[in-house]
Design a protein around this ligand. Structure first.
Ligand SMILES: O=C(O)C(=O)CO
Length: 295
């Protein structure tokens, strides 16, 4: 049976115009002076995405937009960020390519993780990032997993004592178009494997960094995974897919719904914007993503 509107349209040969909900705000929907108002999602930004903008300039824009924190910047800029009222949401450590999958990296990873824990304590950051590193040719998956766990176990007591959470980032290995849009060869490219590693660490100080962009590419079913795994998640990242770009209507992830799902789990830590701006005005892009996530 036709709905009343359709019957009327058929009678007059007029097309039916339905008011469709828009998942993502368009670029022209963001006011030039938008500031975060709801603050229910505690927003941060990954500084590297805004290279080559000088970090002090980025810090000023973040404070102006009302972001609560910043991460992914050289620690030498932490005092300036704090001076401008920003928190440090996450401290870097070893890179994503040289991780604990390979025992040759253990000494370096342990040293970097411990020194990053010290930095996190000094600047009041809650977390330090870690990665698995790249798959080693010929190494069995079980060995690679054990190597990762063996390395993290050398640090977990220190993290616990200092009350700093190590967050393991899952990354996509599918996008090979750009060195920062995907990481072919990354061992922790299956979010289920990363969750399994987090479970095996069995510590409130070892959690998953759930990057919505990477999960969408590798596993999908983003909201269900957030609901199922929230107790193992210690940090979130964003970006539009495909292209690791703005969170606008040209990409496929429904960010307002994802943010609401995150809030519904009781999450009260940080969500950092980690998209690579494509617009001619990267700060308008940051303002826009802040608006999309300010649910
Ligand atoms: O690609 C990412 O999300 C990373 O954090 C790699 O550093």
């Amino acid at each position: 049976m036709l709905a009343a509107g359709a019957v009327a349209a058929a009678a007059t040969s007029q097309p039916v115009k339905a008011a469709l909900p828009i998942a993502q705000a368009t670029r022209d929907a963001v006011p030039a002076d938008f500031r975060i108002t709801n603050k229910r999602i505690r927003q941060s930004v990954m500084g590297w995405c805004f290279n080559p903008m000088p970090v002090p300039e980025l810090i000023k824009h973040c404070a102006d937009i009302g972001l609560e924190a910043i991460e992914g910047i050289d620690p030498k800029f932490y005092p300036e960020a704090k001076k401008q009222g920003l928190k440090i949401s996450l401290v870097g450590s070893h890179g994503f390519a040289t991780g604990p999958v390979d025992t040759a990296n253990h000494e370096m990873c342990v040293a970097k993780l411990k020194s990053s824990i010290d930095t996190a304590v000094e600047f009041g950051a809650p977390s330090v990032i870690t990665f698995t590193g790249m798959t080693v040719k010929g190494m069995a998956d079980a060995t690679a997993e054990k190597n990762c766990l063996d390395c993290w176990k050398q640090v977990i007591d220190y993290a616990t004592e200092k009350k700093i959470v190590l967050v393991l980032e899952h990354l996509n290995s599918r996008d090979d178009s750009h060195p920062m849009k995907g990481h072919p060869g990354y061992f922790g490219d299956d979010v289920e494997r990363c969750i399994d590693l987090v479970k095996r660490m069995d510590s409130p100080y070892f959690k998953l960094l759930f990057d919505v962009y990477h999960v969408q590419i590798m596993n999908g079913d983003v909201i269900r995974r957030i609901q199922n795994y929230h107790s193992f998640i210690g940090h979130y990242h964003t970006a539009g897919n495909p292209g690791r770009k703005e969170l606008d209507e040209t990409q496929e992830i429904n960010y307002p719904a994802v943010m609401k799902a995150i809030l519904a789990t009781g999450y009260d830590l940080f969500v950092a914007q980690e998209f690579i701006p494509t617009w001619d005005d990267p700060i308008l892009a940051l303002r826009h993503s802040a608006m999309v996530c300010d649910v």
